[in-house]
Write a protein that binds this ligand. Structure first.
Ligand code: SAM
Length: 275
């Protein structure tokens, strides 16, 4: 899988993909990243990539021509006139990083990971001329409800989250299903034929808390159940912790989570004891 990043600050990415799983995935040839300097596609003496906004207002806007030329250099043309955004015909997804975009979720990450190539357009200043979004982009993505000064950090987030679930990158192919936001059964069924339906993921809940040596730290002891060797009880405790943590930190996820009747009863009793 390949990522292409379009930016006015290519040096921003020096070193950022040189660590851990991402470095290994690149070294193993499972993923690669190209970083492209937008200014190389501006042809005036000052290599101008921005201009004042029509209609007035603060700041500058990234001009469409250098971006269009940069995209063309990557073999990315305009979407066909009748092709709606979000429906992608080729193995390339073109993504505009934008505070106005759809929130990035693990479901979108999974969708991106099925592409052969993801092109990431980093905005700066007040943003990117909207026609780039309309003509070229398959999706507009936000990494959260806050405003960054540029799309570079957001692009790095998308690359990191996506490449770690590319098949072969994580040692255990299924391990990301068991993390926070892991698949629910119906996601497993539709997302990949390689993952057996019987293999339950995190079911849309947050991950459970993790402990390692020493057994006692800062006056707190590791929960006894984790030291018991009773794997049935450990599974049960972890699921309960997942429910508790999700209820506390992300109650919105519970609406779509895949819960058994017993888990629903457990959730009600956690709710009851919390209230
Ligand atoms: N005027 C824009 C607005 O209010 O939505 C903010 C522009 S921001 C200062 C400059 C660039 O940072 C954006 O074009 C986008 O590429 C990037 N950016 C800012 N916040 C982002 C977010 N939450 N997610 C993804 N990209 C973001």
């Amino acid at each position: 899988m390949r990522f292409e990043i379009l930016t006015i600050f290519p040096g921003f990415f020096d070193g950022i993909f040189e660590y851990g799983i991402v470095r290994r995935a690149r070294a193993n040839g499972l993923v690669s990243v190209g970083v492209h300097d937008l200014r190389a596609f501006a042809h005036d003496a000052h290599r101008t990539v921005d201009d004042r906004p029509f209609g007035g207002g603060e700041g500058m806007v990234l001009k469409p021509e250098p971006l269009a030329e940069a995209l063309a250099s990557l073999g990315v043309g305009p979407r066909a006139a009748n092709q709606p955004a979000e429906i992608v015909q080729s193995g390339t997804r073109v993504v505009l990083l934008s505070a106005q975009g759809r929130p990035l979720t693990q479901a979108i990450v999974r969708e991106l990971a099925t592409a052969d190539r993801v092109v990431l357009i980093c905005g700066r200043y007040e943003g990117v001329d909207e026609r780039i979004n309309e003509i070229y982009c398959d999706m507009e993505l936000s990494i959260g409800d806050y405003v960054l000064s540029g799309g570079e950090l957001a692009a790095a987030v998308v690359v990191d989250a996506t490449m770690r679930i590319v098949p072969g990158v994580l040692g255990n192919a299924a391990s990301h299903e068991f993390e926070s936001f892991g698949l629910r059964d119906e996601d497993i069924f539709t997302a990949s034929n390689e993952i057996p339906r019987s293999q339950h993921g995190a079911g849309g809940l947050l991950d459970y808390p993790h402990y390692t040596r020493p057994v006692e730290f800062g006056g707190l002891r590791t929960p006894d159940v984790l030291l018991s060797g009773d794997h049935g009880q450990i599974r049960k405790w972890r699921r309960q912790q997942q429910l508790q943590k999700t209820l506390r930190n992300r109650p919105d996820l519970l609406e779509r989570a895949q819960l058994t009747d017993e888990e629903r009863r457990l959730l009600e009793s956690i709710r009851g004891s919390a209230g």
